[in-house]
Design a protein. Structure first.
Length: 170
């Protein structure tokens, strides 16, 4: 003969505080809660690590070309200086202009942006380096009077400040 099981046999039954297993059950409940809390903490740590790693990978991607682009800045300066001194009818001028345009296009595609303040623009100490101050008629004090060298920003990070002369009071 088989014994019939009562459906309530599988249900959790309350144990009185005087029962010998009461203390063991309470200890196991505490251990279970502790394991749940540890599991949540570990999941949160893993999620934070994953986010930090993704952020680090993104930063590495954005600034991977920083050294190369920084090394190209003197090339930009040299080509621009050549254009300032080359006569308009010189056949090599068109080639230098084309080369400079192509270099700028490649650099911009990789996140490089030029800082080229015009005379009269406000001086920005975050992006400009003041080389000297001069009295200049028609330019407000504290504004850029002259640009010695253009500056560059790579993905919002200053690569080289623009070197400028700042106007002072008359």
């Amino acid at each position: 003969m088989t014994q019939q099981q009562n459906p309530d046999d599988n249900a959790e039954t309350a144990v009185d505080a005087d029962h010998p297993l009461y203390e063991l059950i309470e200890t196991l409940k505490g251990d279970l809660e502790q394991l749940r809390a540890e599991s949540l903490r570990e999941r949160a740590d893993l999620d934070n690590q994953r986010k930090r790693l993704a952020r680090d990978v993104e930063m590495a991607r954005k600034f991977a070309n920083e050294r190369l682009l920084g090394d190209l800045l003197p090339v930009f300066d040299s080509l621009e200086a050549a254009l300032l001194t080359a006569p308009q009818n010189d056949p090599l001028r068109a080639g230098v202009e084309l080369t400079l345009r192509q270099l700028h296009k490649v650099a911009e595609a990789n996140g490089l942006t030029e800082i080229a303040p015009a005379p009269g623009d406000g001086f920005d100490p975050e992006r400009h380096q003041a080389m000297s101050m001069v009295e200049v008629a028609g330019i407000a004090p504290g504004a850029v009077a002259q640009v010695f060298q253009k500056g560059y920003v790579l993905n919002e990070r200053l690569l080289r400040p623009a070197m400028v002369v700042v106007a002072k009071h008359d």
